[in-house]
Ligand binder design. Structure first.
Ligand SMILES: [Zn+2]
Ligand SMILES: [Zn+2]
Length: 519
């Protein structure tokens, strides 16, 4: 098998340039520091495209060009991204709407609007459980996801419209693509279930909601609709960091997120290739549609963003729409760049890595090359071979899966359908059935992970922080760790709790009513 991981980053840049077919004759000097005005986050109008430069995430009007800050005399992935990740312009980008108009968000919003008007939620049908309206939503989600992911996969890997792969020596492995597509399919299936639960709750009065007549018939309604278009994208950017960092904590990484990291060299379908519990915590991003603004469009826009935004960011190429060196480095080196290139959380918490240069001075995290922690291209290629459906699981992983994504969801579904007395499990006067089931569904995957990790570790309590909290074991519990973990828990497990609770509660008892009162 050819070397499928990224270029040997420990090699000198000159040697790398020789192996990179697209690199121009290389100057010996490092890339010039870029001006702030050349960041991808804020592509200012310039050259022949005028004010349209950067529109909808394009470069010179194309979906297949590298961002302006990339030095093409360097091999792909070797330009330092440090000047881009400064955070100074984040607020301004939000206020002048560049984050929406001069960004891939505009493409995804168009897809969401298409979805909303062409495949609308049928809330009348959703009053009762039936396969037809759920199948309709599954069809819409499948079409959008596999159409969009398929576009990037075909254009880059078959038509070769991208010219600068981060790893020019990669070999195309069909087993890896099938593996990634399988878990992407599970993601589509699960999001359809989220939609079904949400639609059923709206349709049966378990939650009041904003109707289309309200959204499009009043100026206040229209204002809120337009506001939603932007706020969903902003919340996604914030949520991703906290959800992602959370699943890097050892007890979740081992049983959940390591599946996404089977790809050290990514391709589009690896974007949504996640363990079902990762899908669960990631989809919890739609929390604001449960607590703040219960609008069917808001919920669907969250769904479209969650489903398709990981495609091009996992392209494996430097010169295409949503080029994402930032996240490519995360797959290559694991414990860095948990967020996005937007809000610079990673810079603030010392986990920012700027390029494929393994010896960068920018990175301040705990994951560094050592005798037992190999970060060379050979080790990355060996890890990449794990992305296959043929791999076998250890007993504790089988137990985790059997409990967390088989037993728990089945029990919640059984209670909802009032099967086998599952709806009667409760502690009368203290804890309701809805509370027990919702707790199991949301906190269960965390508690089972901690328990199984403890049972399978050698002397787990000799250094419990290392055992359970790696790679954040050195952080202060009442500091960086506590801050991050608390927010992560609130934005991942808590929405899962409330959605499950709402499904199993009588109309008028869901969280929305607790927050705002009335029915
Ligand atoms: Zn990760
Ligand atoms: Zn990823």
């Amino acid at each position: 098998m050819a070397d499928v991981a990224s270029l040997a980053v420990a090699e000198p840049a000159a040697a790398l340039r020789q192996r990179c077919p697209d690199a121009k004759a290389a100057p010996a000097a490092p890339p010039a520091q870029l001006k702030e005005s050349e960041t991808t986050e804020n592509m200012q109008p310039k050259n022949k495209m005028g004010k349209l430069q950067g529109f909808a995430g394009t470069v010179d009007g194309s979906f297949f060009k590298q961002p302006p800050w990339v030095d093409t005399s360097m091999p792909p992935g070797m330009t330092s991204q440090a000047p881009q990740i400064n955070g100074k312009k984040v607020l301004r980008n939000y206020l002048n709407l560049n984050f929406l108009v001069y960004s891939p968000n505009l493409v995804w919003l168009s897809v969401a609007l298409f979805d909303y008007f062409v495949f609308p939620y049928d809330l009348e049908a959703a009053k009762t459980w039936a396969s037809n309206w759920i199948a309709f939503r599954f069809f819409a989600n499948f079409l959008i996801v596999f159409g969009y992911f398929g576009f990037w996969h075909v254009t880059l890997y078959f038509l070769e419209w991208g010219k600068r792969p981060f790893n020019p020596n990669r070999a195309y492995k069909i087993s890896k693509v099938v593996h990634n597509m399988f878990y992407t399919f599970l993601g589509v299936l699960q999001w359809t279930l989220w939609e079904a639960v949400f639609m059923h709750c709206l349709a049966t009065g378990r939650m009041p909601y904003v109707t289309d007549a309200e959204s499009f018939g009043t100026s206040w309604g229209l204002f809120r609709f337009v506001l939603t278009c932007g706020l969903v994208a902003i919340w996604r950017d914030m949520h991703f960091y906290f959800a992602h960092r959370f699943i890097h904590i050892k007890f979740l990484y081992k049983y959940v997120h390591s599946l996404h990291h089977r790809n050290t060299d990514v391709e589009p379908f690896s974007g949504l290739c996640m363990h079902p519990i990762e899908h669960l915590l990631y989809f919890a991003c739609c929390g604001p549609a449960l607590y703040v603004y219960a609008s069917p469009f808001c919920f669907m826009w969250f769904g479209v963003h969650l489903l398709i935004s990981p495609a091009a960011s996992h392209s494996g190429y430097e010169d295409n729409f949503q080029s994402d060196q930032f996240h490519y480095l995360h797959h290559r080196f694991f414990e860095c760049n948990y967020g996005t290139g937007g809000i610079p959380y990673d810079k603030w918490f010392g986990t920012f890595r700027d390029s494929l240069d393994v010896n960068t001075k920018v990175y301040k995290g705990a994951h560094v090359a050592s005798a037992d922690n190999k970060m060379d291209s050979k080790s990355a290629a060996a890890a990449d071979t794990k992305a296959t459906l043929k791999g076998s699981l250890k007993l504790d992983q089988v137990m985790y899966n059997a409990l967390c994504y088989m037993l728990f969801p089945v029990m919640v579904a059984g209670a909802s359908l009032k099967l086998h007395g599952l709806d009667s499990i409760s502690i009368p006067g203290y804890v309701s059935n809805a509370q027990i089931m919702a707790f199991m569904m949301s906190a269960g995957p965390l508690l089972v992970g901690i328990t199984l990790l403890g049972m399978t570790s050698r002397r787990p309590f000799a250094n419990p922080r290392l055992t359970f909290l790696y790679p954040f074991h050195k952080e202060k519990l009442l500091g960086a760790f506590g801050f991050n973990a608390s927010i992560s828990f609130l934005v991942t497990a808590v929405p899962v709790y409330h959605l499950s609770h709402m499904l199993l509660s009588e109309p008028g008892e869901a969280v929305y009513f607790s927050l705002y009162g009335g029915r």
